[in-house]
Design a binder for this molecule. Structure first.
Ligand code: G6P
Ligand code: MG
Length: 213
C-alpha cells in the first residue's frame, strides 16, 4: 500500500539539473582544461557536492589538497547559486504542482529527499515548499546517494515505513538509494540511461496512475 511519496528535487521537481551541469562544466574547463559533457554529468546527478568534486578530480587525474578541494566546491556552488537566484517560477517542471497536490488530496504524505544543501533556496524561489509535509536534504543528512539515508530520514519524518514509500528519482544513484532503503522507485527520465526502477516516465506530467506493484 502506498502511504507516502518522496520526491528528489533537482531534475524531478525543478529544472535545476542544468544549472548543476553548467557550474561543474565551468569548473572542469577553468581548473582542469577539461571538456565536461552531458554524459559525464549523469554520474553527478543525485550525488552530493563532495562526492561530485571527488569524481571530477579523479577524472582530471588530480589530487588537490583540502584547501583547493574546498575552493573548487565553493566556486562551483557560487556559480550554481547565482543561476538559481535568477530562476523563474515556471522552472518548476511540467505537471509537478498538479501531481503532488492530487496525491495530497488522496491522503498520501509527500516529502522531498534531496542531497542538495541548496534545497531551501530552490524551494523558496519556486514556492513549492507548502506542497510538502517534510523536507530531508543535504543540510540534515550527510551520506551521499546511493546510501539510502536521505530517503530513510524522509520516511521517518513522515512516520511511514519504507515499504509504503515510493521514491521519484532522475538519477541512477538515487534509484539505487531507494532500493537500498527498501522503497520502490519511479524513475524520471529515459529507459536507456537508467536501470533498476519499478516504473519510468519522462516526467510527473506523464503519470496517470502508478499501479501497485
Ligand atoms: C542534487 C543534484 C546533484 C548535486 C547535489 C548536491 O542531488 O542532483 O547534482 O550535486 O544535489 O547539491 P548542492 O546544491 O548541495 O551542491
Ligand atoms: Mg535529481
Amino acid at each position: 500500500m502506498i502511504k507516502a511519496m518522496i520526491f528528489d528535487l533537482d531534475g524531478v521537481l525543478v529544472d535545476t539539473a542544468k544549472y548543476h551541469y553548467l557550474a561543474w562544466k565551468r569548473l572542469a574547463r577553468e581548473w582542469f582544461d577539461m571538456e565536461f559533457t552531458m554524459e559525464d554529468n549523469e554520474q553527478f546527478k543525485g550525488v552530493n557536492r563532495v562526492a561530485c568534486m571527488e569524481i571530477l578530480c579523479k577524472a582530471a587525474g588530480k589530487t588537490l589538497d583540502d584547501a583547493a578541494f574546498n575552493e573548487g566546491m565553493t566556486l562551483k556552488n557560487q556559480w550554481y547559486v547565482e543561476m538559481v537566484q535568477q530562476m523563474e517560477k515556471d522552472e518548476v517542471l511540467p505537471g509537478v504542482r498538479d501531481y503532488v497536490q492530487k496525491q495530497r488530496d488522496n491522503g498520501i504524505l509527500c516529502a522531498i529527499g534531496s542531497a542538495s544543501k541548496n534545497c531551501g533556496l530552490v524551494l523558496e524561489r519556486t514556492d513549492l515548499k507548502e506542497l510538502f509535509d517534510a523536507v530531508s536534504d543535504g543540510t540534515v543528512v550527510s551520506r551521499a546517494k546511493p546510501d539510502p539515508e536521505v530517503f530513510l530520514y524522509a520516511a521517518k519524518m513522515l512516520g511511514v515505513a519504507p515499504e509504503h514509500c515510493i521514491v521519484f528519482e532522475d538519477a541512477q544513484a538515487g534509484i539505487e538509494a531507494a532500493r537500498a532503503g527498501g522503497m520502490r522507485c519511479c524513475a524520471i527520465g529515459q529507459p536507456d540511461v537508467l536501470t533498476g526502477y519499478d516504473w519510468i516516465y519522462p516526467g510527473l506530467y506523464a503519470i496517470d496512475q502508478l499501479k501497485e506493484a
